[in-house]
Design a protein around this ligand. Sequence first.
Ligand SMILES: [Zn+2]
Length: 194
Amino acid sequence: MPGVDFAARLLYFSAMTDVVSRCEWGAAPPKLVETFNGPAPFVIIHHSYIPGECHSSSECIKAMQNMQKFHQNDRGWNDIGYSFGVGGDGNIYMGRGFSVIGAHAPRYNDKSVGICLIGDWREKLPPEKMLQAVQKLIQSGVEEGYIAKNYTLLGHRQVRDTECPGQKLFDEIKTWPHFSPHPSGPNDTYRPPS
Ligand SMILES: [Zn+2]
């Protein structure tokens, strides 16, 4: 289990970056917390698809709770799968947090930060404040040493067969710094179906 330093550092990060704490969104406790040594070399972008987009903080809190219930109860996972959620209210919601092994991208769960933009972004772009919140989260993560300075930004579909994070959002993140069309470099033999 991570110790006091781990928890204190995350609390500090949350305060600095205006992250909505698990307590604030009414998260159930994780069944188990397994950590990995950072900084994480990958940032992986998701959409929730379901639940759909949320506009108010009360809607986004409900969405976080529903995702956690689904992941813990139906999927049988330890916690909500993602490291963070970002809502249409422009807020960042603490999921598993940094340096905790996630359940969002096979083979990358112990070396990435998984950020879920709540909503279905196949045919429309998330609102600007949501996109800005994601970029702020990544930047703060780099500054605090949770994300490697030379991190690689990927969409979920690049590491497994899924339409996630939605075509519109995927087209958007392709324009962001650190996006790579090659998930793990030339030595990675995995090729997701195109
Ligand atoms: Zn995904």
